[in-house]
Ligand binder design. Structure first.
Ligand code: GLC
Ligand code: CA
Length: 594
């Protein structure tokens, strides 16, 4: 097909962290080395060769610090200790050495918007109103209504339901927690808090860690005065307050300080997590090189495509909304073309520990289509510009937990609280115990974070070879039916074998990482077609997101002279069509242009 003109195409500068493939490990569910049912650091160490052979360059570990695990480690009680369930600092050093020996890197999860309520800083802060650390957290006096009932200082809702404030009996004030009550928010306006965070960052960097993923980093600065949020849900007492703390007034000041004090002194990777913000100009502030803050952020627009939006624009992540491929394509395109000339760089992901499995969500996990559609999603990801993040189990096509599983198999605080709060509100409104909860179950079966947290499926032995003991969370039922690493490694046609091939091809052709993106037929409801161009390299990506066989328009099907480098079907019968979930990637190198 004819190449688009390449006259004014901008070529991004190259960097190791841009071409790297990152693999996210959710440690508790990765591999258990000592039979206690919980994944651990030595378990990760045991699988380093597997990860290297897969084509991974960087490992990102979800939190492994000391924690009561109220939010699975995103509630840290000591930033400089490993939770004994995961191992010791010596185990971490050995893991890092093993990673480095294999030419890979290791990044840690920096969870600094909040700590655990069991952190010693919070214990001191809570001890008295005069504590030197009182101001390290966000304490406020109660409000009272006209009848003298005690109320929280404002009406903000926590991300995990209920008020974002918890009353502390002993000092008779409330503290702010945007997440669970066991996750009090740090007060970043206090310079001592920032200094303490810089210290903990240096602790890990000086030990050899290669960077950070930064948890909810766009939440750290709250609007002065902590005003009430607009009332969106009149039936609930608490309202989404995102307006007052997403991309808050001083967030960029603090990240510039972080960069100057810490990040700029090391050659590392940094990626911020930035929920509830889909405006590229706002997110670009965090990552444009001239701003000297972070390298990239995880935008949530794509992974919230199927989430309910309320009247305020706030997003109910767990409530399912149907989506269309045309919307999906326009979101991909928006971020692929955004700000390239200014140096904006994407972080690409379809899965992580907060989202359901991509094959169940954006593909088709029925027996007939699961393998083809999981491979199609691999093609989609390895042919986009940005740093690629693969989540554990995605590479073997792991799917959501079966809909037949009982609610008691769901372990996540977000799932449990969503169910509980809705149950209580309904019981109160309808004045009966027997209320219909089917919509909430429907939501959890599609959207719960639990789907991505089941143990990794290593082989077909009991509990998928994840543990010799009793796993902390039930293993998905399909592990013995070939959906495991051991069986897929032997199978030339498996999702795992295909992912390996995809990662090799991505490394071979820079156009896939750095090239310019151009969408073809953006209005087509089933096909997703685009080209990538970088100097003399040209790529054509053809994907069918439906079960039907579809003819390609003329022009697009003319691939003479181009090399078919990726294909998720074993044969190419008719180059002018795409069968159900078929995907093909062609490359052409224009030798004249070289
Ligand atoms: C981030 C994490 C999520 C956690 C929340 C609070 O969104 O990815 O798992 O619950 O922050 O720390
Ligand atoms: Ca263990």
């Amino acid at each position: 097909m004819a190449h688009p003109t390449s006259s004014n195409i901008f070529v991004p500068s190259k960097a190791w962290w841009k071409s790297a493939v990152v693999y996210q490990i959710y440690p508790i569910s990765f591999f258990d080395s000592n039979g206690d049912g919980l994944g651990d650091l030595n378990g990760i160490y045991a699988k380093l060769d597997y990860l290297k052979q897969l084509g991974i360059d960087v490992l990102w570990l979800s939190p492994i610090y000391q924690s009561p695990l109220a939010d699975m480690g995103y509630d840290i009680s000591d930033y400089c200790q490993i939770d004994p369930r995961y191992g010791t600092l010596e185990d971490w050093d050995r893991l890092l050495a093993g990673v480095h020996q294999r030419g890979m890197k290791l990044i840690m999860d920096l969870v600094a918007n909040h700590t655990s309520d069991e952190h010693k800083w919070f214990a001191e802060s809570r001890a008295s109103k005069d504590s030197p650390k009182r101001d390290w957290y966000v304490w406020r006096p109660a409000k009272y209504d006209s009848e003298g009932n005690r109320l929280p200082p404002n009406n903000w809702k926590s991300a995990f339901q209920g008020s974002a404030w918890e009353y502390d009996e002993s000092t008779q004030e409330y503290y702010l927690h945007l997440f669970a009550s066991k996750q009090p928010d740090l007060n970043w306006d206090n310079p001592d808090v920032r200094k303490a965070i810089w210290e903990t960052m240096r602790f890990w960097l000086d030990r050899g860690c290669d960077g950070f993923r930064m948890d909810v980093i766009n939440h750290i600065s709250k609007v002065e005065g902590l005003p009430d949020a607009p009332i969106i849900y009149p039936e609930y007492p608490y309202q989404p307050g995102t307006l007052h703390f997403i991309n808050g007034p001083r967030v960029h000041e603090y990240l510039k300080e972080m960069n100057q004090q810490v990040l700029s002194h090391y050659d590392i990777m940094t990626v911020g997590e930035t929920p509830a913000s889909h405006d590229p100009d706002e997110l670009a502030e965090y990552v444009l090189p001239e701003n000297k803050e972070l390298q990239m952020v995880f935008q949530f627009e794509l992974t919230q495509i199927d989430a309910l939006r309320d009247a305020s624009g706030d997003i109910e992540h767990l409530i399912h909304r149907p989506w269309k491929l045309t919307e999906f394509k326009s979101i991909v395109e928006k971020w692929q073309v955004y700000g390239r000339d200014k140096g904006y760089w994407n972080a690409l992901y379809l899965e992580n520990h907060d989202n359901p499995r991509s094959v169940s969500r954006f593909g088709n996990d029925s027996p007939q289509w699961r393998s083809a559609s999981a491979k199609l999603l691999a093609i989609l990801q390895v042919t986009q510009s940005g740093t690629l993040f693969v989540y554990q189990g995605e590479e073997i096509g792991m799917k959501n937990i079966p809909r037949t599983w009982d609610l008691s198999e769901y372990k996540d605080i977000a799932s449990i609280n969503l169910y509980q709060e809705n149950l209580e509100v309904r019981q109160r409104i309808f004045g009966t115990e027997e209320v219909d909860m089917s919509d909430i179950l429907y939501a959890l079966q599609r959207k719960a974070r639990d789907h991505s947290r089941t143990p990794m499926q290593w082989d077909s032995s009991s509990h998928s070879g994840f543990t010799t003991g009793t796993p902390w969370m039930r293993v998905n039922d399909d592990f013995s039916e070939q959906w495991n690493v051991a069986d897929e490694t032997k199978d030339a046609d498996s999702v795992l074998t295909f992912w390996k091939e995809c990662l090799e091809i991505r490394k071979q052709y820079d156009v896939l990482i750095y090239g310019d993106f151009f969408s073809l037929l953006p209005e087509h409801p089933k096909l997703f077609l685009y080209t990538r161009t970088l100097g003399s390299q040209f790529a054509l990506v053809l994907m069918n997101f439906s079960t039907e066989t579809i003819s390609l328009p003329r022009g697009v099907s003319e691939t003479n002279g181009m090399k078919l480098v990726l294909h998720n079907y074993p044969t190419l019968d008719d180059p002018t069509t795409l069968r159900g979930y078929e995907g093909r990637v062609y490359i052409e190198i224009d030798t004249d242009a070289e």
